[in-house]
Design a protein around this ligand. Structure first.
Ligand code: GMT
Length: 383
């Protein structure tokens, strides 16, 4: 099949899922065209089946800012026409699904004989719960959902939110996030990594995100602050975003500046996860929580909030703990319990490895393939 993929290229879950999916599809022999503002952060080396088309929006003095969505639509139409795409898979409703919808209209307008691509849209989370919930975007997201030929959501939670907020005219299929356990695994030799990071024998907590308010970085810091009153530990903060400066200030002012390492954006997180003992992810609303699954694939137990998509793949007292939003006292209590009990930690770590294998990339890619086939067959029937 010939598949176009459009996603956010920046550090974040939707771009990671879209890119890993594209790479896996290419390995299975499909031809994949990424159509993006910039190269997606996880794309890495090119394979013979992967192509990348950069979208450049026109700068013109009359425009306050360039119209990226329109440039994207034009590029999707161009690539779809010349590469004869069967499917365009838009990740995140805004702007990708809307731009793809417009691209389809452009093609239909230019020639009624053209066999148009089928539009698949995957909803990732904030496109529904934050952006889509905002009155300035609600109508646009609703249109993107209803005009797609098929829609998936990354969790049952997100499907329910989508139905509640948008009452879509079409069914929403759930295809959860996934992980490649051949790439995400616990590296056995970690002395060198610890040395490079200047770590000694202390316990390592980790948090990976794009530092947006929904990630509740303060809760990570407060939990860690309580924890280090009792045990020796270091907190690795991976990623960057709007809440980072506030977090740095808070850590310094509360006397844990030395114990918190802000590492910025790092593409290869496996070495960091391999030295980690615990992931903290106290988000206020996570449609799935890919970073937690990737941590589990590296044998790292997780402490997360008992909401959103987390309970769908994390069992309390088995892979870590699910704690109510904002209860930093309970989070630090559970973190301390786990980090002070080696036997329990090892059991949890093994459980995590086992659980992550259920979300293996191959399983989910097959689901996406079946989804595309269904869309194409439906399209053929309608012609
Ligand atoms: O918050 C992020 O990491 C990025 C965000 C996005 O919208 O790009 O991620 C969302 O999609 C991921 C992949 O499907 C999910 O695992 C995340 O849970 C989801 N983020 C939120 O719902 C806040």
């Amino acid at each position: 099949m010939k598949i176009g993929i459009s996603c956010h290229h920046t550090y974040g879950g939707s771009g990671a899922v879209a890119t890993e999916l594209g790479k896996a599809l290419a390995e299975r022999g499909h031809i994949v065209h990424f159509i993006n503002r910039s190269e997606p952060f996880r794309l890495g080396a090119f394979s013979k089946n992967i192509f990348y088309h950069e979208v450049e929006a026109m700068h013109y003095p009359v425009f306050e800012c360039p119209f990226y969505s329109l440039a994207l639509a034009t590029k999707i139409a161009e690539v779809a026409l010349y590469e004869k795409l069967d499917v365009v898979h838009a990740h995140y409703a805004i702007p990708h699904a809307l731009s793809a919808m417009l691209a389809r209209q452009m093609l239909e307008e230019s020639c009624s004989e053209v066999k148009c691509f089928r539009l698949a849209t995957t909803l990732h989370g904030t496109d529904i719960t934050v952006v889509g919930a905002d009155s300035s975007m609600h109508g646009a997201v609703r249109l993107a959902i209803n005009k797609s030929d098929g829609v998936t959501a990354v969790s049952e939670f997100l499907k329910k939110e989508t139905v509640k907020l948008f009452e879509p005219r079409r069914d929403v299929e759930v295809i959860p996030n996934f992980v490649d356990t051949e790439l995400f695994y616990r590296m056995p030799q970690t002395t060198q990594i610890r040395d490079q990071l200047g770590l000694e024998g202390e316990k390592i907590c980790i948090h990976i995100s794009n530092f947006r308010p929904v990630k509740r970085i303060r809760d990570v810091l407060k939990t860690f602050h309580t924890l280090v009153q009792t045990i020796s530990a270091t907190l690795l903060l991976v990623g960057d975003g709007p809440e980072r400066s506030d977090a740095e200030t808070w850590a310094r002012e509360n006397g844990i500046g030395e114990r918190v390492r802000f590492l910025g954006k790092i593409d290869d997180i496996v070495p960091l996860l391999s030295v980690s003992d615990l992931m903290l992810m106290p988000s206020s609303g996570e449609s799935f929580g890919l970073a937690a699954l990737e941590a589990m694939a590296c044998g790292v137990p997780v402490i997360v909030t008992d909401m959103g998509g987390f309970p769908e793949f994390i069992a309390n007292g088995k892979h870590g703990y699910l704690v109510e939003l904002g209860n930093v006292g309970r989070m630090s209590e559970k973190a301390l319990e786990l980090l002070s009990d080696t036997d329990r930690w090892q059991t949890f770590s093994r459980n995590c490895l086992r659980q992550a294998r259920k979300y293996q990339v191959a399983t989910m890619v097959e689901k996406y393939e079946a989804f595309y086939v269904r869309l194409v067959e439906e399209g053929e029937r309608k012609r």
